[in-house]
Design a protein around this ligand. Structure first.
Ligand code: ZN
Length: 138
């Protein structure tokens, strides 16, 4: 079995933002030499998440609106806000998840037409966000 790992590094510019990393992940999968297997896309962060969905500007806003509704940024009910003003981002990361896995078939990452891969920034701007991509297979 082959295991290929690469880390994508970038900065974010807003408090809430979706960063499309689809093409960088696909490039890593193609470079890995793995023909059939699985690609794990993992954000080693407690205040960000990974999703796969449509890259449409209205929907991007809708997703961020819903995340804010669910996680209530700035709420005084969050105890973590007494030591750090980002409880909402931790909760968002816990609810959505910091990773997604994709099939790799015939050397390509498999995703739906309307499934781009995004890092969900919930506590930006950050000068350095990382996404680790592990491609496993043969
Ligand atoms: Zn915190």
């Amino acid at each position: 079995m082959k295991v290929y790992t690469e880390t994508i590094t970038f900065s974010t510019s807003k408090r809430f933002e979706l960063v499309d990393i689809t093409y960088r992940v696909e490039e890593i999968v193609e470079k890995s030499g793995v023909r059939n297997g699985i690609a794990l896309v993992f954000a080693p962060h407690a205040t960000a998440a990974i999703i796969a969905n449509e890259h449409e500007s209205g929907l991007i806003e809708d997703i961020l609106t819903k995340i804010k509704e669910l996680t209530e940024p700035g709420s005084s009910k969050w105890k973590h806000n007494m030591i750090d003003d980002n409880a909402h981002a931790h909760i968002g990361s816990a609810l959505i998840g910091a990773d997604r896995a994709f099939p790799v078939i015939n050397g390509h990452l498999v995703r739906g037409t309307w499934q781009n891969i995004f890092l969900v920034e919930m506590d930006g701007p950050r000068s350095r966000r990382r996404v680790v991509v592990v491609v496993l297979g043969e």
